[in-house]
Design a protein around this ligand. Structure first.
Ligand code: VGL
Ligand code: ZN
Length: 231
C-alpha cells in the first residue's frame, strides 16, 4: 500500500478471455489465477477509468496455423516483412472462449476495445494493429479515448504478459503514458520466457509492481467524498 493511484490513471484489462485460460484454445499458464485479483481491483473502484480489450478473430484469421496448410501452431512465418507466430485458432468471434470472462462484472468497465477482427492482420496491442499488408499499423481508438479523458498513466493487467500485455505496454510507452504492469495479475503463454519478458519491461521503462502495492487513491477517499458532499 505504497503506490497512490492518480486521478489521471486508467486500468487496462487485456484479453481476460477463457481461451487464454486452462481448458481454452491458447491457454496461458495459470491464466485463470488472475481473476480473483481483478475482481478485487474492480470492486475497490480506485481507478477513474477502466478499459478492457477483447481478442476477436474471424474463423479464418491469418494468425491461425490452420489458415496456412502444412503449418503447425507456434511456428513462425514471415508476413508483411515481419515474423508472425502461428497460433491455434482462438477467440473466434461469437464463441464462448472469446467472451469476456463470465466471472468478472464488466459493467464496471467504461470501454471495451475489440481487436484482431481484420482477417489479414493480427493485433496484439490494445492501441494498434500489428503490421499489415500496407505497412501501416491502424489504431484501435484506445489512444483517442484516453486522450479525451486526460489520461496520462496506465496500469496493465491481463493476458498474456509475454504477448498482448507486452505489446500494449510498448505502445503505451511510445505514446508517452507513464506505464505500469501489475505483474501478479498477468500470466504468460510461455512461462520459460518470464525472465526475458521481465527484462524487456524494465528496458522499456515500464514500472512492474504487484496489485498489493496499489492504493490508496487519495482523490477517491471516503473522507474527501464526504467533504465534497457537504460543500
Ligand atoms: C494473444 C496470442 C494471440 C494475447 C492474443 O492475448 O496475448 N496472444 N492472440
Ligand atoms: Zn489473437
Amino acid at each position: 500500500m505504497s503506490h497512490p493511484i492518480s486521478r489521471r490513471a486508467a486500468l487496462i484489462l487485456v484479453d481476460v478471455q477463457p481461451d487464454f485460460m486452462p481448458g481454452g484454445a491458447l491457454a496461458c499458464h495459470e491464466g485463470d489465477a488472475i481473476i480473483p485479483g481483478i475482481r478485487r481491483l474492480l470492486a475497490q473502484q480506485q481507478f477513474q477509468h477502466v478499459v478492457a480489450t477483447q481478442d476477436w478473430h474471424p474463423a479464418d484469421h491469418v494468425s491461425f496455423a490452420r489458415s496456412h496448410p502444412g503449418r503447425q501452431p507456434f511456428e513462425r512465418i514471415p508476413l508483411y516483412g515481419h515474423a508472425q507466430t502461428l497460433w491455434p485458432a482462438h477467440c473466434v468471434q461469437g464463441t464462448a472462449g472469446a467472451a469476456l470472462h463470465p466471472d468478472i462484472d464488466w459493467s464496471l468497465v467504461d470501454k471495451i476495445i475489440r481487436k484482431g477482427d481484420d482477417p489479414l492482420v493480427d493485433s496484439y496491442s490494445g492501441f494498434r494493429e500489428n503490421h499489415g499488408p500496407h505497412g501501416r499499423r491502424p489504431g484501435t481508438g484506445l489512444a483517442e479515448w484516453l486522450r479525451e479523458r486526460g489520461v496520462g498513466e496506465v496500469y496493465l493487467a491481463g493476458l498474456a504478459r509475454d504477448v498482448c500485455v507486452l505489446w500494449t505496454a510498448q505502445d503505451a510507452v511510445d505514446l508517452g503514458y507513464r506505464t505500469h504492469v501489475l505483474w501478479d495479475l498477468t500470466r504468460p503463454v510461455t512461462p520459460e520466457s518470464d525472465i526475458p519478458t521481465r527484462i524487456r519491461y524494465d528496458q522499456l521503462g515500464v514500472e512492474v509492481l504487484d496489485s498489493s502495492e496499489l492504493g490508496p487513491a487519495p482523490w477517491a477517499a471516503p473522507a474527501n467524498h464526504a467533504l465534497h458532499q457537504r460543500l
